[in-house]
Design a protein around this ligand. Structure first.
Ligand SMILES: NCCC[C@H](NC(=O)CCC(=O)O)C(=O)O
Ligand SMILES: NC(=O)OP(=O)(O)O
Length: 317
């Protein structure tokens, strides 16, 4: 693997999941693989799980990890070609990224969307600038439109928990929130479910919250959450803001927050969420604190997903 920006960078998802699960069984099985190599983790936005699990994964491979909260502590970066930098930006990515390429062997980056300018966000301008100018393998730690390390973890978690000899029914349901959130986690989960092909995948959301077409091709779509939940093996809960009326929160009719009562229609479903979660807005306490909840196992699995990805890149580099 030469980079990890989306499901398209993965040749065989099941094989990558198997690598992650092998690390879960024996975390130090490749403890010398990253010796003498260094990963730089750059955060333009906050993180708990991604930041820590990727550092832990790097340590398991004998690799050094350096974290830089560039958004809070770095110079303000400019991304526009030909910019006359007489305003608030101090350093062009063209100048910064090649230096990072000299300091590190792998560069990992978190960058959220603006939710203001859809074309700029969906062009992945920030992530692609680091890919273009750093000259080293880049790993997405959640970008403007996708969150592949999360989705790999999600597939790994479904794989390790589903014991039946049939395809699981996996439902992605929209949930309420207090502010506009990126579409990344939902886009990415849908992209991975389709690329994986080992689940019956259903997406449900209120009117006005359709995801970009390319991510939901092949999914079953319904605006009825009740219908979606019928017989579900997994319910993936996530809020996202509108893609059409970009970054807005059109009013959603009905009650979209998942409850234990709603889960009665499922096949004793496991409930997933990438976290952080707004309790009793996106997901009720009664669900999060019930045996249905897989969220802690899911977040713990972030280490094994990151370790699988870093090991594949190290083997190629
Ligand atoms: N990395 C996991 C999710 C990150 C982000 N959530 C957030 O920004 C939550 C913020 C809040 O709840 O105020 C998202 O949905 O893409
Ligand atoms: N799920 C996830 O990516 O969490 P963080 O934002 O805390 O990294």
């Amino acid at each position: 693997m030469k980079q990890f920006l989306s499901a398209h960078d993965v040749f065989d998802i099941d094989a990558l999941v198997a690598t992650g699960l092998a690390y879960k069984a024996d975390r130090f099985r490749d403890k010398g693989l990253g010796a003498g190599r260094r990963i730089g983790l750059l955060f333009l936005n906050p993180s708990l799980r991604t930041r820590l699990s990727t550092q832990v994964a790097a340590q398991h491979l004998g690799m050094e990890a350096i974290v830089f909260n560039v958004g809070a502590e770095g110079w303000a970066l400019e991304f526009a070609d030909g910019a006359v930098m007489n305003g608030s930006t101090v350093e062009h990515v063209k100048d910064a990224a090649p230096i990072l390429g000299q300091y590190f062997d792998i560069l990992a980056l978190r960058t959220f969307p603006s939710l203001q300018d859809r074309a700029a966000d969906y062009s992945e301008r920030t992530l692609n600038a680091f890919v273009r100018y750093s000259g080293i393998p880049v790993v997405s730690l959640e970008s403007a439109t996708l969150h592949p390390l999360q989705s790999l973890t999600d597939v790994l978690t479904i794989t390790e928990t589903f014991k039946e000899q049939r395809k699981p029914r996996v439902v992605l349901t929209w949930a309420p929130h207090v502010k506009p959130l990126p579409q990344c986690v939902a886009n990415s989960f849908a992209q991975w479910m389709t690329a994986w092909g080992a689940a019956d995948f259903v997406v449900t959301h209120p009117e006005g919250y359709a995801l970009k077409e390319e991510f939901i091709t092949g999914a079953t779509l319904t605006s009825s959450q009740d219908e979606a939940l019928e017989g579900a093996d997994y319910v993936y809960v996530k809020n996202w803001s509108a893609y059409e009326d970009y970054g807005k929160m059109p009013p959603a009719s009905g009650n979209w927050m998942l409850t234990l009562d709603k889960l009665k229609a499922t096949n004793n479903a496991g409930v997933m969420h990438c976290l952080p979660v707004r309790r009793n807005v996106e997901l009720s306490d009664e669900v999060l604190d019930s045996p249905h909840s897989l969220v802690t196992q899911q977040a713990a699995n972030r280490v094994w997903a990151a370790q699988a990805v870093l090991s594949e890149i190290l083997k190629q580099a």
